[in-house]
Design a protein around this ligand. Structure first.
Ligand code: HAS
Ligand code: HEM
Ligand code: CU
Length: 556
């Protein structure tokens, strides 16, 4: 089990190594530096690089880490062995998928970006690879259900332990969400790329993509929350201040993630403005559990800081164990999410969306969500998990600390630059540095300060990521042997004491009726499915009655 978990970690971070090598080139592009001519024949175009960056970071890195973590942690929490054959199959299917997409992106046949909007047309290897990645990434769901069933047989009537509950709701959400992109791929893009059908409908496919493409951002976020709620409070020396709040957060994230996908399509034609208004309300609803998280995690940190002797308004914050790179990474990640959340709320407000859509404001937003919260929390996890799995000590805590601080500073400068430049109308996904010098300045001169920040942030991120990889791979290869640390499962107020399969019975004493109701995962599944159907029928209906038939385009 440990070796398999380690394989997931190594595969995930290897993908990040590729993605994080390319990212700064894109930041330099916005700063007016065109590195791409020098990179031929490795990369033929900016868009080939951008596709590799988005796919490796957004799909391969996140999927591998999450599919490892959300099986390993519950297995340890419950004291139940997961179905190892299925877990291995999950790894193998995703690995084959990742190799297929790498091949398709590498031979410059599929520069379709991470959203692969048709009518842009890539090679069959690309779409089949993504199909495998998507299917593989849902496999932890049956593994988790099976482990929970075994655990329940031994502990009838008890409430699911917290980490398992959070992992299960995450995977259930993702299993339901996957229907959109799998339908898009299996019914349209796979047969289209294989030449079995000649045209596809771009708008229906975009809608199916975002049915999965919005929930994917919570599939990136929720595993980080698993660590914040389930482990961080222990790592800082305190307790989670509310177990029920964690459960409510996950249940709400599960229910609200799916119906809001079309907030990525405010600028698309063809569906009613009433629905656009409803989407704004739904989007604000999906932000609510994160606001709850801000308070619950904030208070848990404060509680620990005061236990450690912190006094006054901010003393608790300084008293946190900042010398622990895993803690520093997660708290710094949480701070960046304040900007990430605020920009998300701007995006979700229909009228403001019209100003920021398709500008660099959007990548600005998501690098202080997935690029910081998810990436830094996963790094944080690796800092205790690699020693836990291998029995090797981190080669350097100082370098680990350095890497997360520089990542934090670099990502913040980068994101401020991107969001600010976006307000000047600088487009995203644009190879602006290839423009003649005068044209670049004529078009984007007004945004020169923010664009310089983007480039500076990018360079800092190179330093940060290579420092991190030195620690990660260095520890795997050269770390000194030491006793492996245990998993820092947190205790919490207001929840059932967590219980492994063989610990003494633990009657679910204090669980409120609400928490008991939330433990009925089929109820949550039903509500989510109904809300999603209700949200999507009125949007898809007009599209299905005005089908367009587009042949493929290859623009690179
Ligand atoms: Fe987003 C576009 C709306 C969250 C990722 N988003 C994107 C894209 C990505 C992405 C990748 O409505 C672009 C896709 C593409 O390529 O086109 N997003 C939101 C909203 C939220 C949100 C309302 N996004 C995320 C997360 C992501 C992510 C999370 C990845 C992990 N987003 C949008 C919209 C668009 C969009 C529109 C489409 C834009 C367009 O036009 O294309 C919310 O969930 C955010 C809620 C978050 C909060 C913050 C809570 C703060 C916390 C930290 C507390 C701090 C502590 C530290 C505890 C309300 C939890 C204590 C220390 C102290 C010092 C106090
Ligand atoms: C896009 C830079 C890390 C996910 C971009 C863009 C830039 C960038 C400048 C926008 C390109 C454009 O719109 O033309 C960086 C830098 C990083 C980094 C400097 C530091 C190493 C990450 C991480 C993730 C990520 C860690 C996710 C885990 C994405 C995605 C896109 C993107 C999904 C969208 C690609 C698209 O528009 O098709 N990145 N990034 N990036 N980045 Fe990053
Ligand atoms: Cu979204």
């Amino acid at each position: 089990m440990r070796r398999l978990m380690l394989a997931f970690l190594v595969a995930g971070f290897s993908a990040l190594l590729v993605g994080a090598t390319i990212g700064p080139l894109q930041a330099l592009n916005y700063g007016g530096v065109d590195a791409y001519p020098a990179l031929r024949p490795l990369l033929q175009s900016y868009y080939q690089g951008l596709t590799i960056h988005g796919v490796m970071n957004g799909y391969v890195f996140t999927f591998f880490i999450t599919c490892g973590l959300l099986v390993y942690l519950p297995a340890r929490e419950l004291g139940v062995t997961p179905n190892l054959t299925m877990w291995r199959a999950c790894f193998a299917i995703m690995a084959v998928g990742a190799l297929c997409v790498l091949y398709a992106m590498g031979d410059n046949s599929s520069s379709v970006l991470w959203t692969f909007y048709p009518p842009l047309k890539g090679s069959p290897f690309f779409y089949i690879g993504i199909t495998l990645l998507a299917l593989g990434s849902t496999m932890p769901l049956p593994i988790l259900m099976d482990m929970r069933r075994t655990w329940r047989r031994h502990r009838p009537g008890e409430i699911t332990p917290l980490v398992t509950y959070m992992s299960l709701t995450t995977m259930l959400m993702w299993g339901l969400a996957g229907v959109g992109v799998v339908a898009e791929l299996v019914l349209q893009l796979d047969p289209w790329s294989l030449g079995l059908i000649s045209t596809v409908d771009p708008i229906i496919n975009r809608t199916l993509f975002w049915l999965t493409g919005h929930p994917i951002v919570y599939f990136w976020l929720m595993p980080a929350y698993v660590s914040w709620y389930g482990l961080l409070s222990r790592q800082v020396g305190g307790k989670l201040v509310s177990d029920p709040m964690a459960r409510i957060t996950f249940a709400l994230l599960m229910i609200f993630s799916l119906p809001v996908g079309t907030h990525h399509q405010f600028s698309d034609p063809g569906f009613s403005s009433i629905w656009r208004g409803i989407l704004v309300v739904l989007t604000m609803s999906v932000a609510t559990p994160s606001l709850v998280t801000a308070f619950t995690i904030g208070l848990s940190l404060e509680y620990a800081g005061r236990l450690r002797g912190g006094k006054g308004w901010f003393g608790w914050f300084r008293a946190l164990p900042w010398g622990d790179p895993s803690v520093a990474a997660q708290v710094l990640a949480a701070i960046t999410f304040i900007l990430g959340g605020a920009t998300g709320i701007v995006n979700g407000s229909w009228q403001l969306n019209a100003i920021v859509h398709n500008t660099t404001f959007i990548p600005g937003h998501f690098h202080v969500t997935v690029g910081s919260v998810t990436a830094m929390t996963f790094m944080a996890i690796s800092f205790w998990m690699v020693p836990h799995l291998t029995g090797r000590q981190l080669i350097s805590r100082r370098l680990a600390l350095f890497s997360v601080w520089v990542w934090f500073i670099g990502m913040t400068i980068f994101a401020i630059g991107m969001t600010w430049a976006g307000l000047y109308g600088v487009p995203r996904r644009a190879w602006v540095s290839a423009l003649p010098h005068g044209t670049y300045h004529a078009l984007y001169g007004a945004a020169s300060v923010p664009l310089a920040l983007v480039a500076i942030g990018g360079v800092l991120l190179w330093v940060a990521s290579y420092s991190f990889f030195a620690v990660f791979f260095g520890t795997l290869l050269f770390g000194r042997h030491a006793a492996p640390p245990p998993i820092p499962f947190a205790q919490s107020f207001g929840g059932p004491a967590s219980s492994t399969i063989d610990s003494p019975p633990n009657p679910a004493r204090s669980a409120s009726p609400l928490i008991r109701a939330l433990d009925h995962i089929w109820l949550l599944t039903g509500i989510t499915a109904l809300a999603t159907i209700a949200a999507y029928i009125p949007i898809l209906w007009p599209f299905l009655h005005h089908v367009t038939r587009a042949p493929g385009w290859i623009l690179w």
